[in-house]
Design a protein around this ligand. Structure first.
Ligand SMILES: Nc1ncnc2c1ncn2[C@@H]1O[C@H](COP(=O)(O)OP(=O)(O)OP(=O)(O)O)[C@@H](O)[C@H]1O
Ligand SMILES: [Mg+2]
Length: 277
């Protein structure tokens, strides 16, 4: 499987969808990231084509969330570069030009604001429409995610899955060209997980949104992604179509994607007996 794709730019026709519109490309070029000398991302390179659904999978702690923060410009790589349509995402000018939204792994809602005000914050700050049109957008997004009854609750009054859905609704209201999701279906029941997959696919098909989705959800990766990359130990060890990936014989991937539960030979080490001898 290839770890590189043909070079892309904002007007490139998506080979998977034919989408042109205003979807953006993302280029991650030899990105390394260290915290206090500990290397978390090791020379990661890939390109996301406009309108593509690009999934990243990998074991817990492998660096997926750190990479998303670098892509949206909340943090910067120690070396290497990230560009969105050729622009540095950490610059104010890029944020003014390209609408980028990140659905955080923990929701990252403002606790002091109601659900409604969390969603209305971005359009109000960017003066996109009067209060009536903002209200329509907010309530529509909450309805799509089946959380309209929570509009006037505060984040502390929501379940984990409700917070997740509200944070996805907040991202939808931002009408992004690039939408990144960090574990969008964790904490959700199977029907709601399927709904989220359908939303991601619909945004791509009907609005040419470019999506990067970090997930442990195999069904999501298999059904809606164009390509899947696997990060292990901070390295992008493979990148290909879902069909290629799920047919792999690479033992590291087989064990990660299809772990067998073996109670006679558990992976964890048993504690030594603490009984006095
Ligand atoms: N701000 C930080 N300072 C120091 N270390 C960090 C920081 N952020 C992340 N790390 C470390 O980087 C590594 C990768 O973290 P990351 O959150 O990207 O993992 P992940 O792949 O998203 O895992 P999970 O699937 O559990 O969400 C971890 O060892 C984590 O402790
Ligand atoms: Mg994470």
């Amino acid at each position: 499987m290839d770890t590189q794709m043909e070079s892309s730019c904002s007007k490139t026709r998506n080979p998977f969808t034919g989408a042109e519109a205003n979807a953006v490309s993302v280029k991650v070029d030899h990105v390394c990231k260290s915290f206090s000398g500990v290397e978390v991302l090791k020379d990661i390179s890939f390109e996301v084509i406009p309108g593509e659904i690009f999934v990243l999978m990998g074991p817990s702690g492998s660096g997926k969330s750190v990479l998303l923060r670098d892509i949206v410009g909340l943090d910067v790589p120690t070396s290497g570069t990230v560009t969105i349509d050729g622009q540095d995402p950490s610059l104010e000018a890029t944020r003014d030009r390209v609408r980028v939204a990140l659905v955080f792994q923990d929701g990252a809602l403002f606790n002091s604001l109601s659900v409604y005000d969390n969603l209305a914050l971005y359009p109000r700050e960017h003066r996109s429409g009067d209060e009536d049109s903002i209200s329509q957008k907010v309530m529509h997004a909450l309805k799509i995610l089946s959380v309209e009854d929570a509009a006037y609750k505060f984040p502390s009054e929501l379940s984990g899955g409700m917070k997740k859905r509200v944070s996805i609704a907040r991202a939808l209201v931002m009408e992004p060209q690039l939408l990144l999701y960090d574990e969008p279906t964790s904490e959700l029941d199977p029907v709601m997980s399927a709904t989220i997959s359908e939303i991601i696919a619909t945004l791509k098909n009907e609005y040419s949104v470019t999506s990067i989705v970090v997930t442990h959800d195999r069904a999501l990766a298999q059904t809606i992604s164009n390509r899947v990359g696997i990060i292990m130990g901070g390295e992008l060890i493979t990148l290909g179509t879902p069909a290629e990936l799920f047919a792999t014989k690479d033992p590291r991937l087989v064990d990660f994607l299809n772990p067998k539960i073996d109670i006679k030979n558990p992976r964890f080490k048993k504690l030594e007996s603490t009984k006095p001898s």
